[in-house]
Structures are given as C-alpha cells and as structure tokens.
Design a protein around this ligand. Structure first.
Ligand code: NAP
Length: 307
C-alpha cells in the first residue's frame, strides 16, 4: 500500500492511537507519525516501542506540519486540545477524532477549527478493556466499523481520503448524523457498559456473602460483565457525561423492560419469558451473520483443561 498522509499526528497515545500507529506502519500509510500524550512516561514508552517517529511535550508541537491530526484523548479534553492546536494546524490539513460520542465533540472542537482545515469527526467501533500505549495492536480495526459524522459542507475529497486511510487499516466505513450516532451507540455500547458496571457493583456490595463464589464461579456469565467493567474509568466517565440525553433515554427503556421481566418472574409467566429470550437469541444470530462476532461457544475461548 502507499502513503496516504505525509505526516500523521496522534494526540493521545493510548489503546486507539497505538493501534492506529501499528496499522499505519504495517500498511506503510503514513510518511511519518508524530505523537503527544499528557505524561512523559507515555511519551517515552511510545517512542521506545517504535509507535511514533517523534514525541512532543505539547500537542501544538506535535501537529506542526501534519496533514492529518487525530485526537485520541478522552472526550472531555478534546475541546481544550483543539483550542491549543488550532493556531498550529497546517492549512488544508484534516482534523479528525476517535471519540465515542459525537455531538459533544463537535460542539467542543468545532468552534476552534480554523478556516481551511477539514474537521471530520469519526469513531472506530473497536476497542478492548485495556488502555495505554502498549495495549494497541494493528488488527484492532479489521472488519470493524469506523463511523464518520461529517458536518455540512465537508469537502468530499478530504472525506474520501480519510475513509481510504481507515479502510486501508481494515475498517469498514459508514456515515451518520451525530445525534443519531449518539443514540445508536448508547444502545450498542454505552448503556451495556453502564449495566456491566452496575452488575459488578452489585456483586461487590454482596461480596461479604459471595466473595469466594463470585470469583470461583465467574465463568457463568458474570466474567463477561467484569471484562467490560474493567474498561478505562476516565474514558467512560466522559462518555456518560457527554452522551447524557441518549443514555438516560435508553436507560429509561431498559428499566421498563427490566420491570416487565421482573413482573413475569413474579407472576410465573413462563411464556412471556420464553418469547422474550427467543427474540433476543435471534439478535445474537444477526450479529454473527453480520460478521461482528464469532459463533464459537463462549466467544471462542479455549476450554480450560481443569474445567
Ligand atoms: P487510553 O488508552 O486511556 O489513552 C488515552 C490517551 O490520552 C493517553 O495517552 C493519555 O495520556 C492521553 N490523554 C489524556 N488526557 C490528556 C490530555 N489532557 N492531554 C494530552 N493527552 C491526554 O484511551 P483510548 O481507549 O485510546 O481512548 C481514546 C479515545 O478513543 C476516547 O475518546 C474514547 O472515547 C475513544 N474510543 C475508545 C474505545 C475503547 O474501547 N477504548 C473505542 C472507540 C473509541 P497519558 O497516558 O499520559 O495519561
């Protein structure tokens, strides 16, 4: 593959940025990669493990001369960083982000973007519960969706170039309106995370009576909640603070459904429960058919010999 951007600046050097850096390198898609992160430790690690060609103490220095700048920091700090880098962005450069929420990022970043810079908000639907510069891997985006929420008047050539980059990293691309994105993501990602956090919190409250058993028998479903609930606290705090409306909407619906199921259990309404679970099973089948997960039992985990 060939170089798509001469200089890519990654602001934030955690899971997503380090996966991007690896994918960019493997594909030979960037002439050079510069980076910035808040802590000296992260910056040094990124340089040591060869994620980037240069690291900089400030975001402003990292974006100097870059034709693509990617904001890979928690959603809550994107506005402040945009303000800092704005005067240093090269004319004609593309500025994008990978934030999990789109309306809040557009509102925070948009006002700072200078004339002549193409601001194209984006969101890769790919991740793990790990964070930091060592957590990334080049195939993170393979066959995953990378959504863009372009603003009115977005330059089609700049958008096509950015799409060609993420497609070269293995992603599939699509476009969405920002508010619609936030609602959809609340259903498929944000609220499920909140529920996982809650379930693990409930287990924690009961730990005096259940501690040993919770750990010992965690393979029976709870383990998958704990994986999600181990996700980065700062990232997820920001997601809920900035996608408030959609999360509260979905959470309201969730609570109603939960009460319905609670009632069915209380009344012994087996038919209702059976119908409900039949419907949800079909949704899982749809996800597998769409190539977004494996149908291997237990998500393809190798069975343990000791059971
Ligand atoms: P991460 O692994 O926790 O990395 C965050 C990076 O941002 C770190 O390098 C951190 O630097 C840096 N940072 C934080 N505050 C900063 C500041 N004020 N100035 C400069 N750098 C700062 O996070 P991530 O998982 O890559 O997530 C990054 C973005 O991607 C978030 O907006 C998130 O919503 C989005 N996203 C995440 C996932 C996922 O599953 N993880 C999926 C899709 C999108 P230090 O290391 O020095 O603290």
């Amino acid at each position: 593959m060939s170089v798509i951007y001469q200089k890519v600046a990654l602001i934030g050097l955690g899971l997503i940025a380090s996966s991007m850096a690896r994918a960019l390198r493997e594909g030979g898609l960037a002439g050079s990669i510069s980076g910035h992160a808040r802590s000296a430790e992260t910056r040094e690690t990124a340089l040591d493990i060869g994620l980037v060609d240069s690291v900089h103490d400030t975001a402003a220095a990292a974006v100097d001369g870059a034709d693509l700048v990617v904001l890979c920091v928690p959603v809550g700090v994107m506005g402040a960083i945009a303000e800092e880098i704005a005067p240093h962005l090269a004319p004609g450069a593309t500025l994008t982000d990978v934030g999990s929420v789109k309306r809040a990022v557009i509102d925070a970043v948009g006002p700072h973007v200078p004339q002549g810079v193409h601001f194209i908000p984006g969101h890769p639907l790919a991740g793990t519960e790990q964070s930091g510069p060592r957590a990334g891997f080049a195939t993170l985006f393979t066959n995953r969706w990378w959504l863009f929420t372009p603003l009115e008047g977005t330059d089609p050539e700049a958008l096509a170039r950015l799409k060609s980059l993420v497609e070269a990293m293995g992603a599939n691309t699509d476009e969405m309106a920002p508010d619609h994105h936030d609602l959809v993501l609340s259903v498929v990602s944000h609220t499920p995370h909140l529920i996982a956090y809650t379930m693990v919190g409930v287990a924690d409250h009961l730990r005096r009576v259940t501690h040993e058993e919770v750990i010992k028998y965690s393979a029976s479903g709870f383990r998958d909640f704990t994986r999600i609930a181990a996700s980065d606290p700062v990232m997820w705090r920001d997601v809920f603070l900035t996608n408030k409306e959609a999360t509260l909407d979905v959470l309201g619906r969730f609570t109603e459904e939960l009460f319905m199921l609670q009632r069915a259990i209380r009344m012994g309404d087996g038919d209702m429960l059976h119908d409900y679970f039949t419907r949800t099973r079909a949704i899982r089948r749809g996800i597998i058919e769409a190539g977004q997960d494996t149908d291997a039992p237990d998500f393809g985990r190798a069975p343990k010999k000791d059971g």
